[in-house]
Design a protein around this ligand. Structure first.
Ligand code: PMV
Length: 315
């Protein structure tokens, strides 16, 4: 029987992380150089229901029936089966691989969910719609990190730059002029759930102050949307710098992130900020195609464990 495969990209948040959890808008873009991939191979000689999951990147090689139902990989499969109204999955092996850094703010969990749902639903002849895939990936994100805003599953499902507000239809951004980003990884793993929960505790203690910070982030995100849509790339850089300053006040930066942001700016980036939950994971710098190599070198010299150059194409 043929094998079915699907991939899903990584992502980074350009503007609005954390504030998006509190109802402000955020902008995210797919990162097509890194991907999660799922391959489904049916095994007609095995008994129905004998589903094997192989995810070598996380050292998992097991039967689906041996995983707790709320294990993120099992949950994806059960949710997809239930959306397809299938009670018994034919015997198969689902192999999952990914080169998206884990716990680095690049959406590895959501990308794995999207890739599995697409490969499995296509293999069973019931391809799920983008809307279904995004909704189910969101439900799995809830297991990964409690109160996700929904931005990861949206940008990764649609694989386009998105303007996102919780509870509203996502909007695909019209990018007037292409721009280039360098992503720098601190190498520090920082589970989103912990940072989101710390921000929540701080918001409970100093609600007014945090609401004002989130408002300021929301205003920056709205300006950034306009800059992207009219092609004012230079002004995006200063908006990134302002957003980073606010994220520091929200207390989600770290010495490693600040160091990489500073190194990128000194090397000539138009702007730089942390991206995602913070405290570790990745930062991003807006660069010109001529300066990208210099900024990559500066980031590596300042301790970046890995860098990615990615272009956001005009659409
Ligand atoms: O670390 P990431 O990229 O998964 O980003 C988390 C972004 C937050 O705004 C902090 C949380 C969320 O669910 O939007």
């Amino acid at each position: 029987m043929p094998a079915y495969s699907a991939t899903a990209p990584g992502k980074i948040i350009l503007f609005g992380e954390h504030a998006v959890v509190y109802g402000r808008p955020a902008i995210a873009v797919p990162v097509l150089q890194v991907r999660a991939k799922a391959i489904v191979n049916f095994d007609p000689r095995s008994a129905p229901g004998r589903v094997i999951i192989r995810a070598p990147d996380i050292g998992l090689d097991t039967m689906l029936s041996d995983l707790p139902e709320n294990h993120p990989l099992a949950a994806v499969i059960w949710k997809a089966a239930s959306a397809m109204k299938i009670s018994h999955i034919p015997a198969c092996t689902i192999r999952v691989t990914s080169n998206i850094p884990i716990a680095g703010g690049m959406g590895s969990g959501a990308a794995v969910s999207v890739a599995i749902m697409r490969a499995l639903s296509a293999s069973l002849g019931h391809p799920l719609s983008d809307e279904q895939v995004s909704k189910l990936a969101y439900e799995v994100e809830v297991i990964h990190h409690g109160t996700p805003s929904g931005i990861d599953n949206s940008v990764i499902t649609y694989a386009k730059p998105v303007y996102f507000e919780k509870g509203k239809m996502i909007q695909i951004l019209q990018v007037k002029r292409s721009f280039t980003l360098v992503i720098g990884d601190t190498g520090v793993q920082s589970p989103t759930v912990n940072v989101v929960s710390d921000v929540h505790n701080a918001w409970e203690k100093a609600g007014e102050q945090f609401e004002r910070l989130f408002d300021a982030v929301g205003a920056i995100t709205a300006s950034a949307r306009n800059a992207i849509e009219v092609g004012l790339i230079d002004s995006l850089g200063s908006l990134m710098n302002e957003n980073h300053a606010l994220l520091r006040k929200i207390s989600v930066s770290s010495p490693e992130l600040d160091g990489l942001v500073e190194a990128a700016r000194t090397a000539g980036a138009l702007g730089a900020k942390l991206s995602g939950a913070g405290r570790g994971g990745n930062m991003i710098a807006l660069v010109t195609s001529e300066s990208s190599d210099k900024i990559v070198r500066a980031l590596v010299n300042a301790g970046a464990m890995r860098t990615i150059i990615t272009e956001i194409h005009a659409i």
